[in-house]
Design a protein around this ligand. Structure first.
Ligand code: ZN
Length: 354
C-alpha cells in the first residue's frame, strides 16, 4: 500500500481546520483543490514511479524501491524500470537517494546530503520563503500556492506519523505507524471516515489529483535550480541545479504513473459483502494485519482513538499554516474567504433602481 490515502486525508482535514481559522490559505486551497491534494502526495513522494516492467505485457508494475520479483499481472518475469539520461541510468532507488530528502526537507536525506536537512523549527520560515518566491519569481498563479500548501501538509504529516517529530497520540495494535497497522489506517480512513463520514468520492479526487500539472516551483523548493530568491538567502546551502533536468523527468513521470495506478489502489481497498451481509476487505490486507477481519479493524481503530489522531494531525498542520501566514506578507494581503462579497450582499447592492 501507499501513503496516498493518509496524506490526502491529512490535507483534506487540514483544509477544514484552516477554513475554521479563517486563514487566507483556505480560499486558495478551496479554489485549487486538485493541485492541493497533488502537492500533499507528489509534492514529496517523488519515488512514485514504477519499479519494474512486466515482460509479457510491457506494462509498468510495482511501486518505486519496493522489489518486484514476478509480474503481478501474469506471474511472469520482469525487468527493472529505469530512467536514462545523458548516458546514465537511474533506478527508483537512485532517484529516492537523490531527491527524497530534498522533498521532505526535515528528514530522509542520504549520506553527505544529511547536512542540508532543515530543523523542525525552521519549517515555517522555509515554507514562507517558498510562498514569497512563488509569487515573486514564478508569477501570480494561486494554483502553485495550493500545491505548496499541499506539500507542506506532507512535510508535517510524514514527520509526525513516522515519529520523526513527536506530537501524535496513537497506539494502534502494535504502534503508531507499522506494516501491521497500515492496512487498518488505509481501510478505515478510506471507507469509514472518507466515504461514510466525509462523503468523499475517492475515484474522482484521485483522478483529478493525477491530472494536475507539474508546478515549476517544486524544483525551487527542492533546491534543484540556480540558488535564488528568499529561499536562497535564508537557506543558502544544498542548491544543486545540475539535478534539475533529471528532476523534471521524474516529476512528469510521477503524474503519469499515479494516473495509471489509481484504479489498482481502489481495487486493493475495495470491500465485498459476504452472504451474511458482512463487509470484508481483501484477504491480502487482512493477512498483513495478522488476520483481522474488517469489523475487527474498525473496532481496533475506535479503541485506539484513531480519529482523534487525525484531528491532532490537522490541527498541527493548521498551526503551521498560521505560522506561515504570520511570516508571509503576501498571504496577509489575501482574502480569508472566497465568497466575499456574497451573492446575498450583491443581490441587495445591485437591486434594480426605480
Ligand atoms: Zn513522504
Amino acid at each position: 500500500m501507499s501513503g496516498l490515502i493518509g496524506h490526502t486525508t491529512y490535507a483534506m482535514l487540514a483544509a477544514k481546520a484552516a477554513a475554521q481559522r479563517q486563514l487566507p490559505v483556505a480560499p486558495i486551497i478551496e479554489q485549487n483543490y486538485a493541485s492541493y491534494l497533488a502537492g500533499s502526495y507528489l509534492g514529496s513522494d517523488i519515488q512514485t514511479l514504477p519499479e519494474a516492467i512486466c515482460i509479457d505485457t510491457g506494462q509498468e508494475v510495482g511501486y518505486g524501491t519496493v522489489p518486484v520479483k514476478k509480474s503481478p499481472i501474469t506471474g511472469g518475469p520482469v525487468r527493472p524500470w529505469k530512467i536514462e539520461l545523458d548516458g546514465k541510468s537511474y533506478r527508483p532507488r537512485d532517484i529516492h537517494s537523490l531527491f527524497y530528502g530534498r522533498a521532505h526537507i526535515v528528514f530522509g536525506w542520504r549520506g553527505e546530503d544529511k547536512r542540508h536537512a532543515i530543523a523542525w523549527e525552521d519549517i515555517p520560515e522555509y515554507i514562507s520563503s517558498v510562498v514569497g518566491d512563488a509569487i515573486e519569481i514564478f508569477g501570480p498563479s494561486r494554483r502553485q500556492l495550493a500545491y505548496i500548501f499541499g506539500w507542506a501538509t506532507h512535510v508535517v504529516g510524514d514527520s509526525l506519523i513516522k515519529s520523526v517529530h513527536p506530537g501524535l497520540h496513537l497506539h494502534l495494535i502494535d504502534g503508531q505507524y507499522t506494516p501491521k497497522n497500515r492496512p487498518i489506517q488505509d481501510l478505515v480512513t478510506f471507507h469509514e471516515i472518507g466515504v461514510r463520514e466525509l462523503g468523499l468520492d475517492w475515484a474522482a479526487l484521485l483522478h483529478d489529483l493525477a491530472q494536475t500539472p507539474v508546478e515549476p516551483v517544486q524544483a525551487h523548493y527542492m533546491r534543484c535550480r540556480e540558488k535564488g530568491g528568499r529561499l536562497g538567502s535564508h537557506f543558502p546551502d544544498g542548491w544543486d541545479p545540475d539535478k534539475g533536468q533529471l528532476l523534471q523527468i521524474v516529476l512528469a513521470k510521477n503524474r503519469e504513473f499515479e494516473a495509471n495506478r489509481t484504479s489498482g489502489i481502489l481495487k486493493d481497498l475495495a470491500l465485498t459483502k459476504d452472504k451474511n451481509g458482512r463487509l470484508n476487505c481483501s484477504p491480502e490486507l487482512s493477512a498483513k494485519t495478522g488476520g483481522l477481519s474488517y469489523q475487527e479493524m474498525i473496532e481496533a481503530a475506535d479503541q485506539a482513538n484513531f480519529r482523534h489522531m487525525l484531528w491532532e494531525m490537522a490541527e498541527a498542520i493548521a498551526d503551521l499554516f498560521e505560522n506561515v501566514v504570520e511570516l508571509q506578507e503576501h498571504l496577509q494581503e489575501m482574502p480569508s474567504s472566497a465568497s466575499d462579497p456574497s451573492w446575498e450582499v450583491l443581490t441587495e447592492r445591485w437591486k434594480k433602481k426605480a
